[in-house]
Design a protein around this ligand. Structure first.
Ligand code: S3P
Length: 184
């Protein structure tokens, strides 16, 4: 019997200079990795949460507290739409941004999305260093992150590139991304 040749695996999506958008759960290292990646690529870095805070004139936790999560998501959608104007840069997003259908569509069509994937047990160690995340306040961080991973990972999985950031130091993650982008 004639055997058909093994199918060639699909080419991974290529970076064509679109804005690079880091997505993934809280503690995955989006801001740190994003800043270092931007430096290595000689591009500007923008943190979407910081831009939201500047636009609102208050911290993310305060927006959640005073106006609720839906209001925060509205601001987040507007800010990310503005950042996706085509200028070459590296953007770190807050963990929930890519779950919003409109924000995700904007990122997937105008940017190059990279999922920094790490297990909740690893993320817990990292998020425990700061108490600024409203979704984790007064709650068991592992339980919250496990639930968020269950709900959100299928969305993150639609990113153009997935990079494991489990226990690797952030610089190793940056190098993995640069290799995938064909820059080293
Ligand atoms: C959120 C993550 C936070 C921030 C907000 C909500 C989330 O950003 O946007 O607290 O829904 O996962 P980081 O992922 O940078 O912590």
């Amino acid at each position: 019997m004639l055997q058909s040749p093994a199918p060639t695996p699909p080419e991974p999506p290529r970076w064509n200079g679109q804005p690079i958008v880091l997505v993934g759960l809280m503690g995955a290292g989006k801001s740190t990795v994003g800043r270092r990646l931007a430096t290595r690529l000689g591009l500007p870095f923008v943190d979407a949460d910081t831009e939201i805070e500047i636009a609102a004139g208050m911290a993310v936790a305060e927006i959640f507290e005073r106006f609720g999560e839906a209001h925060f998501r509205d601001g987040e959608r507007r800010v990310i739409a503005r950042l996706m104007d085509g200028e070459r840069r590296v953007i770190a997003t807050g963990g929930g941004a890519f779950v919003d259908p409109e924000t995700r569509a904007a990122i997937l069509s105008n940017g190059f999305a990279i999922w920094l994937d790490a297990k909740p047990a690893v993320l817990v160690e990292r998020v425990s260093r700061r108490d600024t995340r409203p979704l984790l306040r007064n709650r068991d961080p592992l339980a919250v992150l496990e639930e968020l991973a269950r709900v959100r990972n299928p969305f993150y999985a639609t990113a153009h590139l997935r990079v494991s950031s489990h226990r690797a130091p952030h610089d190793a993650t940056v190098n993995t991304i640069l290799k995938a982008l064909g820059k080293i």
